[in-house]
Design a protein around this ligand. Structure first.
Ligand code: DSN
Length: 395
């Protein structure tokens, strides 16, 4: 590389990534083929529009690439193309937040309501949080967690939806360790005529690998980033049901020309590569191992006396109360102490949070990245013991 400054930083980051134990649940390690595809000459091409309906010439290869990526995405989740009764997928969103925004632009009139889980309970900024653009244009109707079980209170969700009549109900969270009951979410959407949107960014790879329930039987729209458990490059997908409501057409228009310009064709090439990798038997094994590892991590931490939110996990992530009502240490301190000892995670609010989001009561731990590196349950039991020692100041 001619640019030595940047080359040095790339090498330093490579070393850092190799050295640490990465427990950030939303990160992963992509294959060399994915890196080759995103660094390819597809990056040079403008392709505003969609296959066979572009605003620039020279689209022979980009059209084929985008259609192949779409085919692979539908096949991975066993979705028929239709219409009617099938699914469409838009592979152009630049990342998860723009994808979610595009769905609201398409389906929720300005000023209407969006029902979502507040950030402090494990939701996402783009699920209608006030500091996000989605909370300024639309009003969030909060999904509430049962304070005892720390699980979604589906009964209240349905009652609140019937009363508040949100245009969209968005489920699928970023710090919620358990499975989401998509059938009950559908009932809540039907109680008020809302669209049911599932943001499966965190667990899409688990769905693909058969290690987490699929939302497609119940949802109208499903969004996902491609760089978390799906183990692809940065980007996102929007799946929409193809029926007389024309959701897919509205979403296509919301992405382009509504919100975005030219798609990042290099990223789309990388996404297509990852989606093929995700369809392999090896990836199924990987997805199941991710969950087994998270369960082992949660169980060992609980055994060592830490409070695990909801008592465990069904997914790739563990939410841990490090503060324990003042008997432990804050999430910010825990994150820093662990990083000093080579373990990377993120501080996180916990349900019923009483502290500031900048120094909350917990940390979020995840297994996708280290499972990619081949770690198994016994490794995660050792990691749990190491975390315990570090947080108790014994290391
Ligand atoms: N930043 C992602 C996560 O870590 O969950 C969500 O956008």
């Amino acid at each position: 590389m001619k640019d030595k400054q940047i080359e040095k930083l790339i090498k330093a980051e490579e070393q850092r990534q190799k050295k640490v134990i990465n427990l950030i649940p939303s990160e992963n390690y992509v294959s060399k083929d994915v890196l080759l595809a995103i660094g390819s000459i597809f990056d040079n091409k403008y392709a505003e529009g969609y296959p066979r309906a572009r605003y620039y010439g020279g689209q022979t290869n980009t059209d084929k690439l985008e259609e192949l990526c779409q085919e692979r995405a539908l096949k991975l989740f066993k979705l028929p193309k239709g219409p009617p009764g099938g699914w469409a997928v838009n592979v152009q969103p630049l990342s998860g937040s723009p994808a979610n925004l595009a769905v609201y632009v398409a389906l929720a009139p300005v000023g209407s309501k969006i029902m979502g889980l507040p950030l402090s309970s494990g939701g996402h900024l783009t699920h209608g949080q006030k500091v996000s653009f989605t909370g300024k244009v639309w009003t969030q109707v909060p999904i509430v967690l049962d304070p005892k079980t720390e699980l979604v209170d589906y009964k209240k969700m349905k009652e609140d939806a019937a009363r508040e009549k949100p245009a969209v109900i968005v489920v699928g969270f970023t710090a919620y360790p358990r499975v989401v009951d998509f059938r009950k979410c559908r009932e809540a959407a039907d109680a008020c005529g809302a669209y049911l949107m599932v943001d499966m960014s965190h667990f899409a790879g688990l769905v693909a690998g058969g290690a987490y329930p699929s939302p497609f039987e119940y949802a109208d729209v499903v969004t996902s980033t491609t760089h978390k458990t799906l183990r692809g490059p940065r980007g996102a997908l929007i799946f929409s049901k193809r029926d007389e409501r024309g959701i897919d057409k509205k979403i296509d228009r919301a992405i382009f020309p509504g919100l975005q310009g030219g798609p990042h064709m290099g990223q789309i090439a990388g996404i297509a590569v990852a989606l093929k990798e995700d369809a392999s038997p090896a990836f199924k094994k990987y997805a199941k191992q991710v969950v087994k590892n998270a369960r082992a991590l949660a169980a060992e931490l609980a055994k060592l006396g830490w409070r695990i939110i909801s008592g465990g996990t069904d997914s790739h992530l563990v939410l841990m109360d490090t503060w324990m009502g003042g008997k432990g240490i804050s999430g910010k301190e825990a994150e820093a102490l662990l990083e000093k000892n080579g373990i990377i995670c993120n501080k996180n609010t916990i349900p019923g949070e009483t502290r500031s989001p900048f120094d909350p009561s917990g940390i979020r731990l995840g297994t996708p990245a280290e499972t990619t590196r081949g770690r198994k349950e016994k490794d995660f039991i050792s990691i749990a013991r190491r975390i315990d020692k570090i947080l108790r100041g014994k290391k």
